[in-house]
Design a protein around this ligand. Structure first.
Ligand SMILES: NC(=O)C1=CN([C@@H]2O[C@H](COP(=O)(O)OP(=O)(O)OC[C@H]3O[C@@H](n4cnc5c(N)ncnc54)[C@H](OP(=O)(O)O)[C@@H]3O)[C@@H](O)[C@H]2O)C=CC1
Ligand SMILES: Cc1cn([C@H]2C[C@H](O)[C@@H](COP(=O)(O)OP(=O)(O)O[C@H]3O[C@@H](C)C(=O)[C@@H](O)[C@H]3O)O2)c(=O)[nH]c1=O
Length: 284
C-alpha cells in the first residue's frame, strides 16, 4: 500500500484531508505530529521520509496571514518558498510525488477573463510573491509534482471568511463588504476530495493545475449568500476596495479556469453555492 505524508496537517486544509480520508476510507495517509514535520527542519524531514518512504507528500503547510505578511517578508518566504523547496528536494531524492498547494494571489488580477495555468503571474502582495516563489522551487526541484492553485478557501475548520462573517454577525447589525474583488470560493472539503482523487487516479501528467469551486462571485455577494443560507438577518452594504484599506493589495479578478484539472482527472467540481450550503450545514 502507498503511503501519503501530509505536512501542515493542523491547518484548515490539513483537517479537511483528515476528515475526507476518514469518510472515504482512504488508506495509508499519515499526519505526522507537528514537532516531527516542520518543513523548515530538513533533518527532521529526512527522518520522516526515511521512515515512511512515501509515494505521495501533500504540502498544506504555509504562511497564510495575507496582511501580516507585508511586514514579515522573510518569515513568509521561509515557509512558503524555502519550506516548499525542502519538500521538493526530498521528494526528488525519495521518488515521491509532491502535491503542493498554491493560490490565486499569484495573479495580478487585472484580466477580465477566467485565468488559465498558462496566464502570466504577477503577484501584488508579499504573500502572493512568496507563494509564487514556492511554486517555482517545486517545479525546479521535484520531478514529480502537482501544484494546485486554489482560491478563497473556507470550511468548518480553522479561520476563514465564512466563520468570520458568522462571528461578526453575532454583535453587529450591519457589515460593509468589498464588492469589487471578484473570484471563486472553494470549500476546503471539496479540495481535499480532489487531492485524494488525484492520488487515486494519478495520470502522471505533472505540472500546475487550477482548482476552485465552480462559478464566480464577489466577497460582498459571498457574504450575502452566507447569511441567507445560515438564516441570519443582517444588513450587508457593498463597498469598494478603496473604502476598506488593508496592508496587502488583493487581486480585483482572480477567478480561475478549471478545464485542465477536470479533463485530466475526470473530476467533477461542485458549484460554489451548493458547497457553501454543505459547509453551513456542517457548521450547524
Ligand atoms: N486559506 C485560504 O483562503 C487559501 C489558502 N491557500 C493555500 O492553501 C494551503 C492551505 O491553506 P490553509 O489550510 O487555509 O492554511 P492554514 O493557515 O489554515 O494552515 C497552514 C498550516 O501550515 C502550518 N505551518 C506553518 N509553518 C509551518 C512549518 N514551518 N512547518 C510545518 N507546518 C507549518 C500552520 O501551523 P501553525 O498554525 O502552527 O503555524 C498551519 O497548520 C496553503 O498553501 C495556502 O497558501 C490558497 C488559497 C486560499
Ligand atoms: C472581515 C471583512 C473583510 N472584507 C474583505 C477584505 C478582503 O478583501 C476580503 C477577504 O478577507 P479575508 O481577510 O477573510 O481573506 P484573505 O485573507 O484576503 O483571503 C485570501 O487568503 C489567502 C490565504 C488566499 O490564498 C486567497 O485565495 C484568499 O482566500 O473581504 C470586507 O470587505 N469586510 C469585512 O468586514
Amino acid at each position: 500500500m502507498n503511503t501519503t505524508l501530509v505536512f501542515g496537517g493542523s491547518g484548515q486544509l490539513g483537517q479537511c484531508l483528515l476528515t475526507v480520508a476518514a469518510r472515504t476510507g482512504f488508506e495509508g495517509i499519515v499526519f505526522p505530529p507537528e514537532g516531527e514535520a516542520n518543513i523548515l527542519n530538513t533533518e527532521a524531514l529526512e527522518i520522516l521520509f526515511e521512515k515512511h518512504r512515501p509515494a505521495y507528500s501533500i504540502n498544506c503547510a504555509a504562511y497564510t496571514a495575507v496582511d501580516k505578511a507585508e511586514d514579515e517578508l522573510e518569515l513568509a518566504r521561509k515557509v512558503n518558498r524555502d519550506g516548499a523547496e525542502n519538500l521538493a528536494k526530498l521528494c526528488a531524492k525519495y521518488n515521491c510525488t509532491l502535491i503542493h498547494i498554491s493560490t490565486d494571489f499569484v495573479f495580478e488580477g487585472n484580466l477580465p477573463k477566467l485565468l488559465t495555468e498558462e496566464d502570466a503571474t504577477a503577484p501584488i502582495s508579499v504573500y502572493g510573491l512568496t507563494k509564487l516563489e514556492g511554486e517555482e522551487a517545486v517545479a525546479a526541484n521535484a520531478p514529480k509534482y502537482y501544484t494546485l492553485r486554489t482560491s478563497w478557501l473556507y470550511s468548518e475548520y480553522a479561520n476563514n471568511f465564512v466563520k468570520t462573517m458568522l462571528k461578526l454577525a453575532v454583535d453587529r447589525s450591519e457589515l460593509n463588504i468589498i464588492a469589487d474583488q471578484v473570484g471563486t470560493p472553494t470549500y476546503a472539503i471539496d479540495l481535499a476530495g480532489a487531492i485524494l482523487h488525484i492520488i487515486s487516479n494519478d495520470k502522471q501528467q505533472y505540472g500546475v493545475y487550477h482548482y476552485s469551486n465552480e462559478g464566480v462571485t464577489s466577497w460582498f455577494d459571498f457574504a450575502v449568500n452566507i447569511f441567507d443560507i445560515a438564516g441570519v438577518k443582517i444588513k450587508v452594504n457593498p463597498i469598494t476596495t478603496a473604502q476598506y484599506p488593508t496592508k496587502a493589495t488583493r487581486p480585483k479578478f482572480s477567478a480561475m479556469d478549471k478545464s485542465k484539472i477536470k479533463l485530466t482527472f475526470n473530476l467533477p467540481i461542485p458549484y460554489w453555492r451548493d458547497s457553501l450550503i454543505a459547509c453551513i450545514k456542517a457548521l450547524k
